[in-house]
Design a binder for this molecule. Structure first.
Ligand SMILES: Cc1cc2nc3c(=O)[nH]c(=O)nc-3n(C[C@H](O)[C@H](O)[C@H](O)COP(=O)(O)O)c2cc1C
Length: 201
């Protein structure tokens, strides 16, 4: 059964009577996103749901930075400054293109992994947990009828961007989750999946 998203403007997925597994199965990332973004109150719920990520020893090895609409220009400037530092030959057109990466959606949630040494929980587990939290943001936004797309990029490691975000040593950008109202044609339904399973029966 395919779930209908009612409008994609903060409306909840119509789960009543439907198979909730379809919410997971039929989710698609949406690259083209426009205003409105989820309002703060709803984003709070989405990020709270994302904090239910599996998390060994309850370290909660992530945090969120929310780039609201008015903060995007400054982030784009940081992207461009980072590119100018990394590629001294970058043209003004290159820098303009890079700046627009911050404007691809009305809101960005930066999921920051905060792994730290722990006697029982290795860093890879904490990174996996942060990735689950990022997926949680995507999924919870989808459930609430918003479009989402998890992206990454070199600029997450660039000192100028890290400084702009206020990241401290050891913190890492797990994902830039772009959120907003999907625009343009709906992506084709996900092709049937044959899960790679080894059954040991
Ligand atoms: C860690 C991670 C980084 C990603 N980075 C990008 C990216 O930079 N650009 C991109 O187009 N897709 C990226 N993706 C993939 C998209 O989020 C998305 O999963 C993909 O387009 C497939 O769409 P679907 O989610 O509808 O299956 C990334 C996914 C993950 C898990």
């Amino acid at each position: 059964m395919r779930l209908a998203l009612s409008g994609g403007r903060g409306a909840e997925v119509a789960v009543s009577g439907a198979d909730p597994l379809a919410v997971l199965r039929d989710r698609r990332s949406r690259a083209a996103l426009a205003a409105p973004a989820p309002p703060r109150s709803e984003l709070q719920e989405i990020l709270t749901a994302a904090c239910a990520a599996p998390d060994h020893a309850r370290l909660r090895p992530w945090r969120f930075i929310v780039i609201e609409e008015t903060a995007r220009e400054a982030l784009g400037d940081a992207f461009a400054a980072a590119q100018a530092e990394r590629e001294p030959d970058a043209t003004p057109a290159d820098l303009r293109r890079t700046r627009t990466k911050a404007l691809r959606a009305p809101l960005i949630v930066v999921v920051v992994g905060t792994p730290r040494p722990h006697p029982k929980v290795p860093v890879w587990e904490q990174r996996a947990s942060a990735a689950c939290a990022a997926y949680g943001v995507v999924l919870a936004a989808h459930v609430r009828g918003h479009g989402a797309m998890w992206r990454t990029g070199w600029y997450g490691e660039a000192p100028k961007v890290r400084a702009h975000l206020g990241l401290v040593d050891g913190e890492e950008v797990t994902g830039w989750v772009y959120l907003g109202t999907p625009v343009g044609p709906e992506p084709a339904p996900r092709p049937p999946v044959d899960p790679p399973i080894t059954w040991l029966g």
